[in-house]
Design a binder for this molecule. Structure first.
Ligand SMILES: NC(=O)c1ccc[n+]([C@@H]2O[C@H](COP(=O)([O-])OP(=O)(O)OC[C@H]3O[C@@H](n4cnc5c(N)ncnc54)[C@H](OP(=O)(O)O)[C@@H]3O)[C@@H](O)[C@H]2O)c1
Length: 309
């Protein structure tokens, strides 16, 4: 597995990150066993970076990972040091903690610190390698967040920090208040959602040495993306081009979509969310695809349904 270094730090990550959002499934014994097998497959395949959030499976995904890590540590005693464990917080669900509470975002210092403590407990680790703010809080006080980050860093509970779903201006504001560099911005990037190409997110990443991480990289045609706007005609047109190119590069169509993201010079790191061991392993083949500029633009035009200006 290709490793890359996060700019502004000595930390290295596998180029493909394993996403733990689906590992607990419906939390049945069968789904939990499947999730553990997926984690083991990812580790065996060389993924070193595991992405979590406090809300995934209502905390069950972190707990399952913690269980699996304890089992794996009996076989590989130095495993923890080889992994990057990232978690996120800041989204508070409806009726939580009290009935009647609305869905909301919360970057208050107390909530951030309490959330990290909860994640550490569920993951059964002493520190997070990286902590991300999950979705921008409209009421963010950047100085208060910076204080929370400083305390978490000085207590040794979090080594590095970043954000998720931040617009460039929101990231700039937070960075201006923080002593430590923000290492990543985790955003949705896929064939359906190309906002990051157009709204300055990837430009800012390149300018500031921030690593863009793509969530739901296969959304759009493999399964409907969030807020899907593709019609059946769109899907057919895009799939036609993807299938043609997949045949040309001798890969599966879903692998071709990953290659399209990897081509971008901002060094996008896709998060692989499959729980199928064969797909977790096969995703690595995409790193070896020598994907060319002409095909990148052909697929963009197929996606747009019109020629570029
Ligand atoms: N920051 C955020 O706001 C945010 C939001 C969402 C997600 N995330 C992160 O991003 C990670 C990845 O998201 P994701 O799981 O949506 O990513 P994904 O890799 O785009 O999608 C995985 C899903 O696609 C299915 N799939 C993959 N290949 C397929 C194929 N060839 N045919 C049919 N189905 C296929 C998988 O099914 P199988 O499991 O059956 O293979 C799985 O259900 C999450 O785990 C989480 O860590 C972050």
């Amino acid at each position: 597995m290709e490793l890359i270094q996060f700019k502004n730090s000595a930390l290295t990550t596998s180029r493909l990150i394993y996403g733990c959002m689906r590992i607990a499934g419906d939390n049945s014994p069968a789904d939990r066993a499947k999730g553990k097998l997926a984690l083991r497959s990812a580790i065996d395949a060389g993924y070193t970076h595991f992405d979590h959030a406090d809300i995934y499976g209502n905390g069950e995904c972190e707990s399952l990972f913690g269980e699996m890590l304890a089992e794996l540590l009996t076989e590989q005693s130095n495993l923890r040091e080889r992994l990057i464990i990232t978690s996120k917080a800041g989204i508070r669900r409806i009726n939580s903690p009290k009935s009647g509470d609305p869905h909301r975002y919360d970057f208050s210092k107390k909530y951030i610190i309490d959330s990290v403590n909860g994640s550490l407990k569920r993951l059964n680790v002493d520190y997070l390698d990286m902590f991300l703010l999950h979705r921008p809080d409209y009421l963010m006080n950047a100085d208060e967040v910076a204080q929370a980050f400083s305390e978490l860093k000085s207590s040794g509970k979090v080594k590095h920090f970043g954000v998720s779903n931040f617009k460039p201006s929101q990231l700039s504001l937070l960075q201006s208040a923080c002593d430590m560099p923000l290492l990543v911005n985790q955003v949705e990037i896929n064939i359906h959602n190309i906002d990051a190409f157009e709204n300055g997110t990837l430009d800012q990443c390149q300018q500031l040495g921030i690593t863009p991480i793509a969530w739901c990289p296969l959304g759009g045609v493999v399964y409907p993306a969030w807020g899907n706007t593709f019609s059946v005609d769109d899907e057919q047109r895009i799939n036609r081009e993807i299938n043609l190119q997949a045949e040309k590069y001798n890969v599966e169509p879903w692998q071709l979509i990953l290659a399209w993201l990897l081509k971008h010079p901002a060094n996008i790191c896709p998060i692989i969310g499959s729980t199928t061991p064969q797909r977790i392993v096969a995703a690595k083949q995409t790193l070896g695809i020598n994907y060319n500029r002409e095909d990148w633009y052909r697929l963009l035009e197929a996606r747009n349904g019109q020629a570029l200006p």
